[in-house]
Design a protein around this ligand. Structure first.
Ligand code: ATP
Length: 901
């Protein structure tokens, strides 16, 4: 066996110019694919089918980027000013704080980036291969040269392939050729010197299958692919930014300029009006500047987002783009597919309708156990052509794994294989006897698939699809023997309606005999001579957790719309079981076509269930909903769903049954395809937003209180209540502990009982501004109260300042417990006990404050003095008083209906 060619396609093996059979032979492969042992051996020699990951920024650059921030520039300028004024200690402490802050930011950002990368690994896709003659799902990274790869619409081509079979294959190769129109592909060799875009006999790694089906043999993997050679990176690097973070950074920049202007004014005021020596004035202004800056805030918000991403992943929602974390929190409409998302996608064929009457199939799941029971004489015999069509017009296989049966391929087709086995057919033998010559793959636009099969000198086209669609194609129906009579469409429609009303999914089947030498089948061939042979009804029960999730959405003010390709009656019945669509009728794709764009938004807003829709309808529905101001999350799985997924505010791809193209167009991928996971992600999105608000509304009053205290000192000409380094100490020690603890906050009990947050609402809503202002004033009052209490009771300045610092930190701790519940009272067991993160943070801060107050080294550094027990009690009492006042405020504002945004 000579596989040397596969090792280096660059040595001009020109696979595209050689017949497929020759290539197969050269690679030591065949139509059944490689033997699994041989594949394992090749994996060891050729290596994994991977491109090197695009590496992120260099760690040093990432570290330096921590300093590239208006707030930090300002702090560094303050340090330089302090140094010039020979306040060396201040300068050193400021620089130390900036450094510690940068290290905390660097470490946290690194963690966040790693978390996001790990999530990407969860979405890694599988390829369908033939190995040892059977179809197997294999991780893309384990494909080796010689592997036989099956392609269908929506797949990302997993390696460089020489096509062996292709049907209506079109491949979108923009990533390699820049050409956005999908290229048609076929098996015939092309000229030796054809350029990449003209090599129609090849499908290249990283490109997307836009339509059709194909089988190809892998000729190059990993770096030995075209995309590997141009060393394009398939994964773009996630940037850690979201609209909210940008908003905060903008706010930071503006704030810094404001602080700068204010400082200049104050400096002038202090020197000109108060007659400060300018050195003292500058020291005061530096203190003011550092007190104003919430330097720890951006890092804490980044980590809050990253924690949200991890929590969502734990609930089976993998975020592909970070901004989705925020958008999910404000989602007001969820548009969901039915099959597999709201239902289990565990199909069982239970009913066959034939010309001679009904046949009932017993058994459940995919186990071919059970039998067929005729409800009318002759029905069993009449079912034979139906069952054969069901098995042959079918790409699925059933496999027995650890004692239970599972489907490789489409679940509905798997159910048909089980049905055929219950009817006594041997799938492998039947399929060998009736060799497939050609096929029209399933396409959601046509809603049917067809195969051309040959047995000896007989050849047939078998068609299966949406029964209403097939009834339109057929003019004949089977007569129960071998002949055909005129189609009685009305009778079939009644039987379809009866099954659909029970929530059954119904498929129709038709057959056409063709000349034995027919080699191709096309849509046009189905226009004439097609004989309708019957119906199969499937049950696919709703997911119980979806029922609960829909009820949860209702309580949370989120509308749920089911958009399905299935029959209207089936959709209505399943909708009823799920608690959807009671208040409106089902709209079909055809109904939608009759409604113009102007009237659509209102109609769509009032409808819960859409049936027989195509991907184009989905796009219109999203747009109509968005025009009413809704924030729309929409699911999708097919290749044609990409436009509506991109249009939706949160496009949601299906991890299990979704195509690569749909996943690629999505912001989030569901690892279990389950509707309940979308609702869980929305829940987490709301928690993230709450926590960002908590972190912000907790951080800003610290700065506000400090600024006001310093301002008061300058304006009213009394000694500074805290030195610049003490202010920095407070900011640093609290934000890296207490602030960070808020990032880990669990959900508030009412998180899914509130209406969705209006889109575009800024972080600093009027209610937040009020809260920050109020708390800042209370902080100032307490700090200055303690300061003057100390001074009037005979304390020296240093002791009074130590009291002030401790007061602010204690207030921060009490305020933290208040802020943990923005919407409900904090006076509850749950509220008082806190979380491990909160308690840990409080413990660290208390130890740090004890050190700050009593440790001689710290006393020298920060000019602090030990405090008495009585002082300590006064400070703690102040904290408790603050908590009581703020809880009363919470109750009053809530009663006024304020702050529930
Ligand atoms: P949903 O959109 O909720 O996932 P769906 O699976 O019914 O529901 P489509 O995949 O668009 O939506 O299918 C539309 C219709 O096409 C189905 O109702 C069925 O009648 C038919 N159909 C689906 N899959 C196949 C298939 N593999 N072969 C033939 N017909 C199919």
């Amino acid at each position: 066996m000579d596989t040397s060619e596969a090792r280096d396609p660059a040595s001009d093996p020109a696979f595209h110019a050689r017949p497929a059979e020759v290539v197969l032979q050269a690679l030591g492969s065949g139509h059944d694919g490689l033997d699994p042992n041989e594949a394992a051996r090749r994996l060891a020699t050729h290596g994994r089918n991977e491109l090197p990951q695009a590496s992120g920024r260099h760690p040093l650059l990432r570290f330096l980027a921590q300093f590239h921030n208006a707030l930090i520039y300002f702090l560094l300028a303050a340090a330089v000013a302090a140094a010039l004024l020979e306040h060396v200690l201040d300068a050193v402490v400021i620089v130390a704080v900036v450094l510690v802050n940068a290290i905390v930011g660097f470490v946290q950002e690194g963690k966040a980036e790693r978390a996001l990368n790990a999530i990407r690994g969860l979405i890694a896709s599988e390829a369908q291969l033939l190995r040892g003659g059977s179809r197997t799902g294999v991780p893309v990274s384990e494909i080796v040269p010689g592997d036989i790869v099956l392609l269908e619409a929506g797949d990302r081509v997993p390696a460089d392939l020489r096509l062996v079979r292709a049907h209506s294959l079109r491949v979108e190769e923009a990533i390699l050729t820049g050409e956005s129109v999908a290229a048609e592909k076929h098996v015939a060799p092309v000229a030796h010197d054809a350029v990449l875009g003209d090599r129609h006999s090849m499908a290249y790694s990283g490109t997307f299958v836009a339509a059709g089906q194909a089988v190809g043999v892998a000729v190059g993997t990993g770096m030995r692919t075209e995309i590997g050679r141009i060393s394009a990176m398939l994964h773009e690097v996630q940037t850690l930014t979201t609209p909210l973070l940008r908003q905060i950074n903008r706010f930071g920049t503006r704030f810094t300029w404001l602080a700068l202007a204010m400082s200049a004014l104050l400096f002038a005021f202090a020197v000109a009006v108060r007659g400060y020596p300018w050195v003292d004035a500058l020291v005061a202004v530096v203190a003011l500047a550092v007190s104003a800056i919430p330097e720890g805030l951006p890092a804490v918000i980044t980590i809050t987002l990253a924690i949200g991403v991890q929590r969502m992943a734990r609930r089976n929602a993998a975020i592909r783009r970070l901004p989705a974390v925020e958008t999910l929190g404000s989602t007001s409409v969820i548009c969901s597919d039915k099959t597999g998302t709201l239902t289990r996608n565990e199909m069982t064929a239970t009913r066959l309708e034939t010309v001679a009457g009904r046949v009932v199939a017993s058994g459940s799941g995919y186990a071919p156990e059970g039998g067929l029971e005729a409800q009318a004489p002759g029905a069993l015999e009449a079912a034979a052509p139906l069952v054969r069509a069901a098995l042959l017009c079918n790409d699925a296989e059933l496999v027995r794994k650890d004692g239970h049966w599972a489907v490789q391929g489409d679940p509905m087709e798997g159910a048909l294989v089980a049905l055929a086995m219950k009817a006594g057919l041997d799938p492998a033998a039947t399929r060998r006897a009736w060799r497939r010559v050609d096929a029209i793959p399933f396409d959601a636009r046509y809603r049917y698939m067809a195969t051309l099969n040959r047995e000896g000198d007989a050849a047939c086209v078998f068609v299966k699809g949406a029964p209403d669609e097939l009834l339109q194609l057929c003019t004949l129906q089977a007569d129960g023997a071998d002949g055909a009579v005129a189609l009685d469409a009305a009778a079939w429609s009644a039987r379809i309606a009866e099954a659909a009303a029970q929530g059954e999914r119904v498929l129709g089947f038709a057959v056409k005999t063709v000349p034995a030498d027919t080699a191709r089948v096309d849509h046009d061939d189905l226009a004439q001579g097609l004989v309708f042979v019957g119906l199969v009804g499937f049950i696919d029960p709703p997911r119980p957790e979806a029922v609960a999730a829909i009820a949860e959405c209702r309580a949370a003010g989120i509308a749920v719309k089911m958009i399905t390709g299935d029959h209207g009656d089936t959709a209505a019945a399943i909708g009823r079981q799920l608690g959807l669509g009671e208040r409106s009728r089902v709209l079909t794709g055809r109904d939608l076509d009759a409604i113009d764009d102007a009237a659509l938004p209102q109609v769509v807003a009032e409808t819960d269930v859409f049936a027989r829709t195509s991907p184009e309808h989905k796009l219109r529905i999203v747009r109509a909903l968005q025009s009413t101001g809704a924030v729309v999350a929409m699911t999708g799985d097919g290749v044609n769903d990409a436009p509506s997924l991109k249009q939706a505010d949160v496009g949601i791809g299906m991890g299990l049954k979704g195509t690569d193209a749909a996943k690629e167009a999505s912001e989030m991928v569901l690892l279990d395809d389950n509707f309940a996971s979308i609702v869980a992600a929305v829940h987490e999105g709301r928690v993230v937003y709450d926590n960002i608000r908590k972190v912000t509304s907790w951080t800003l009053p610290t700065n506000g209180g400090e600024v006001l205290a310093v301002l008061a000192a300058i304006l009213f000409n009394f000694a500074m209540p805290m030195s610049a380094v003490q202010i920095l100490w407070v900011n640093l020690v609290t934000s890296a502990t207490l602030g960070l603890a808020l990032a880990f906050e669990p959900a508030e009990p009412d998180v899914m009982r509130r209406r969705p947050r209006p889109p575009g609402q800024g972080l600093l809503s009027p209610f937040m501004v009020w809260r920050v202002a109020l708390v800042s004033l209370l902080f100032t009052a307490a700090a200055l109260g303690v300061f003057f209490y100390g001074l009037t009771h005979g304390d020296d300045l240093a002791t009074a300042r130590t009291m002030v610092v401790n007061t602010i930190v204690v207030l921060e701790i009490f305020y933290l417990f208040n802020v943990r519940y923005l919407h409900v009272s904090s006076f509850s067991w749950r509220g008082m006990l806190g979380t491990p993160a909160v308690l840990g943070a409080v413990a660290v801060v208390v130890v740090a404050q004890l050190a700050f107050t009593y440790l001689p080294a710290m006393q020298r550094l920060f000019d602090t003095r030990p405090l008495s027990l009585l002082d300590g009690l006064v400070i703690v009492a102040l904290g408790a008083a603050l908590m009581v006042v703020l809880e009363i405020e919470k109750r009053v504002t809530r009663r006024m209906g304020w702050g529930r945004e």
